[in-house]
Design a protein around this ligand. Structure first.
Ligand SMILES: [Zn+2]
Length: 131
């Protein structure tokens, strides 16, 4: 599937938590939603930069998704999400895939991870649908 095909299936819209990423076509379970792109930096560099779009893959790799063309950064956290992040170890890239079938019009969310949740979300309160 090309980037253009993916872009046709999602749109950035207003959600309960500010902007969010929405399906504008149905997704099958396991289908690719989008790649989380950005600067590929070390954990040390990530500590220096800070920010809320840091996606930590492991100790050696964090993806800084701050740049605007990373549409994946608009995806909100949910405690009971309909998508999940997958680390492709061969290419070291992060792909967001549908965890279950997603209907057109639904907001697409994934769990940001326990560490991120504790550090960035819990202190201000989670705004996801199930909380
Ligand atoms: Zn929540």
């Amino acid at each position: 599937m090309s980037k253009k095909d993916i872009a046709k299936k999602i749109a950035v819209k207003r959600s309960s938590a500010g902007l969010g990423l929405f399906a504008i076509q149905d997704f099958k379970k396991g289908e690719l939603v989008i790649e989380y792109t950005g600067d590929r930096i070390t954990d040390a560099e990530a500590q220096k930069r800070g920010g809320k779009y840091l996606f930590q893959v492991n100790d050696n790799l964090t993806i800084d998704g701050t740049k605007r063309h990373n549409t994946g950064r608009y995806m909100n956290h949910a405690c009971k999400p309909n998508a999940e992040a997958e680390h492709d170890e061969e290419t070291d890239r992060i792909y967001i895939r549908a965890k279950k079938p997603i209907k057109s019009g639904e907001e697409i969310t994934y769990h940001y991870g326990k560490d991120y949740f504790k550090r960035m979300i819990q202190p201000v309160g989670c705004k996801c649908a199930s909380c």
